[in-house]
Design a protein around this ligand. Sequence first.
Ligand code: NOJ
Ligand code: CA
Length: 665
Amino acid sequence: MFKFFARFFRWLFGPKKPLLEYDEKIVSPDGRIECRVRLLNGQIIYAVKKDNKIVLKDSKLLVELRGDAPLGMGLMLVRAVQKNFDETWETVCGETQFIRNHYNETAFYLSESGGKKRLFTLRFRVFDEGVAFRYEIPPQPEFQKLVVENEATEFNVDGNSYAWYIPAYQPDRYEYNYTRASVYELSGSVHTPLTIETPTGFFISVHEAALYNYGSMTLKLDADGALVSDITPLSDGARAYVELPFNTPWRMIMIADTPLELTVNHMMLNLNEPPLKTQDFSWVKPLKFMGIWWAMYVGEWTWAEGPRHGATTEHAKEYVDACVRLGVPGLLIEGWNNGWNGDWLANGPTNDFVHPAEDFDLKAVAEYAREKGVELVGHHETVGYVDNYEKQLEEAYRVYADNGIHYVKPGYAGAYMTIQGRREFHHSQAGVRHYQKALELAAKYQICLDVHEPIKGTGIERTWPNLLTREGARGQEYEGGALFPSHATILPFTRLLSGGMDYTSGIFDVSNNVKRMATTLARQVAYYVTIYSGMQMAADRPKFYEELHPDLFKFVRDVPVSWGFTLPLLGQIGQFYVVARRDRASSDWYIGGVTNEEARRVRVGFDFLEEGAMYEAEIYRDGDDAHYRENQLALVVENRRVSKADYLDVWMAPGGGFAVRLHKL
Ligand code: NOJ
Ligand code: CA
């Protein structure tokens, strides 16, 4: 390691003389986006334009350190190194099979002109889809570790832009409804991805990629009215403790002409590394699963032991049988372990992830599921007590692995995490480190994860594909009063830019008194297409699938989890969203559409279908008088033959939606 850096420093300080001023325009491969990076008065300033129109005004970069001078002032440029990169890679599973990673890069090697003469690099990449950069700090004789007091990275958008945001540092983590407001009106810190409509007509989203060993970036307004990074603090106020060499996560600005174009931005995944050559992930498989789950939400069963305990051996076997009958390959079982009795939210310090409850025979259930060919999804509700969880983590995974269980849904309910006896934010460096530790250990036991109350997505599933999905937004568990039809028309343009989400779709009992859904019945199946998730839940109880709506369930059974290609068709943030996706394993296409509180008729052209081919279109749509409040169940299922030349006019009820399966004949 030391030799490597010695050689690196010799190369860096070659014969060239450092510059005190510098100005470079890095242009995207298609020539439309320009990122201007300047060295001015010892500081680096960047600005972004597209088609010569402003996206970001002059924005400053600075990292404040505890007990040391800030990094980013009094700088000289030692070298600027340009490179072009173009490669196409294949995803293990996801929204699209092949992704092109194409950018122009400049690495600015910088040195302080005075003081300790510390060195660091700013690496910028400009894609056709936006701009990204990160700070890279090598170890130096007098600079081996650092404490980040704050990272003041500006993203200077026009204050009159509109943003769709959720607030940061809140007890329910990312599980909030979105608000639309002018950027200058933002008070307090907000989470990323932060999607913004600029007065110049672009739709941009500020986010980060490859978040490892660092506090997660939130955004707030600084004194000059610019958006600036606010890295989530640890309990002692520091944002991160790092040892050098260290690269910060990538700071990125996705830039699109339309909201729809934003939804197929691949920068985040491209800024992550492929898996290490030594890691084999051939065992990772996307999964559709039911669960001993919604019955608890509607009060039929309980997580706790007792007369209505959900996770009994008997219920589990019944649900396994239902999976077989319905053709659903997986089954989640919540409430199987010791720790649910009494006030489960208070049981975090003593939860037991190894021993099953008395009326649940893990071995027998696992054997039964194996015989029937059903994959079990295990469950670890930590309530955020990481200290207690980490003590048992390896054994807990081993118990599952020994029983042939390859999927786990961990959960971190609770306003804080308890880590090394301290209260930490889920999205702090301490939280990020825990999630990563759990993910890497899961990989060792060939376990795939569906993380609830997770750290937000930053594309690390490219490197760790066993991270199949996460929650990390308000999902259907909030139905029954706290979810509104517009939510699912905002998610595709905001939260879902950070990767798949376990929205727990497919609740057919939409008019349940305890948990009344603010959706029509048809809309519940649209979600399988509008919301990507590498683990997709059929969240209701089997009787609603088998007895009440078997015709509608056919769509849930048929719809793939992983896709060959994604083609967004129609959409406006907060109003509606229609997307078509091609199956990865066949030539079939699926379409999903959702609307907000307003009814809407949309025309969907089929010109993406294969030339000359005929398709059987199975259409699942709202009945003519459907409504998410008064008439949720009005549903029409109809079939027709279509080809590329055809189109479909479809009506969506208030709070409604539709789904189509296009099966190639
Ligand atoms: C919150 C999760 O989002 C939900 O899916 C789970 O059932 C509960 N916590 C209990 O673990
Ligand atoms: Ca949750």
